[in-house]
Design a protein around this ligand. Structure first.
Ligand code: BEZ
Length: 251
């Protein structure tokens, strides 16, 4: 998927704003070596550096990495696949915010992270968990099915595992999970009744493969109408995010 890094920063900066409190979970110590995988345009990587760590941000989108380097020239960023990477020197921690749900190859992620860590090192992450944007996905599926787009209705872009599923994978990968939580976080959408359409255009364009442009607008309107009772609270629209967070130690 090709990312629009400017739009991501302009309209979806809540991704890194919410990420700031997952940094508390990372609990950076000055001098630590840290890898931030799926770093997007680098906002949290920069904060990790400001907390005194020796950090590298990686993302498999060249557009995101170009934007990150432009914004933060004093931070090291590299294009890397989080499901298949190696490091020159093992690090103290691997961090990730709002990225792992884009990667279906969870075994590859867990294996690469395990190999990248020093013994005793930690993997700290937040991602979309089971049921994330469940109402939005159900509304999209319903509208696409009603219009005969049965293939598009079955689109599976994201990987939203349950707590049990992901912690089990971590344990099988050699980690000891010392903390895990799966919780609701309703997330504000910008631009009022245009917010759902903008979110889907930014993150879910794969649902519209092969659908004429003119019809896409009608579909987005129908999805918005279906979601309005659940998403619109006195003019402020919220998406039904569900987060999965964990700390896992390489034993
Ligand atoms: C999330 O952060 O939960 C998310 C963001 C974009 C697409 C899907 C999920």
């Amino acid at each position: 998927m090709k990312w629009n890094a400017d739009l991501y920063d302009d309209k979806h900066s809540f991704v890194s704003q919410f990420g700031e409190n997952v940094l508390e979970l990372l609990d950076v110590k000055a001098g630590e070596s840290i890898l931030d995988i799926g770093c997007g345009t680098g906002d949290l990587t920069k904060l990790i550096k400001e907390q005194g760590a020796d950090v590298i941000g990686t993302d498999n989108s060249p557009e995101m990495i170009a934007q990150a380097r432009f914004k933060y020239p004093d931070v090291r960023f590299e294009v890397e696949d989080a499901a298949n990477f190696t490091v020159e020197y093992p690090c103290d921690a691997v961090f990730s915010n709002a990225a792992l749900h884009w990667i279906h190859n969870s075994a590859g992620v867990i294996r690469s992270v395990f190999e990248a860590l020093k013994p005793g090192g930690r993997f700290v992450a937040e991602m979309g968990g089971k049921g994330n944007v469940g109402k939005l996905r159900a509304a999209l599926k319903q509208v696409l099915q009603q219009r005969g787009y049965t293939m598009q209705a079955e689109t599976q872009i994201w990987y939203f595992p349950s707590l049990g599923e992901y912690t089990n994978l971590l344990e099988r990968g050699g980690f000891r999970v010392t903390y895990a939580a799966h919780f609701d976080r309703k997330t504000p959408l910008q631009d009022g009744d245009q917010g759902v359409a903008k979110w889907i255009k930014m993150f879910g364009s794969q649902y519209f493969k092969g659908i004429p442009e003119a019809e896409q607008a009608d579909i987005l309107q129908e999805v918005t109408d279906l979601l309005e009772p659940a998403y619109n609270e006195n003019g402020q629209w919220y998406a039904d995010y569900k987060r999965l967070r964990f700390i896992a130690i390489k034993e």
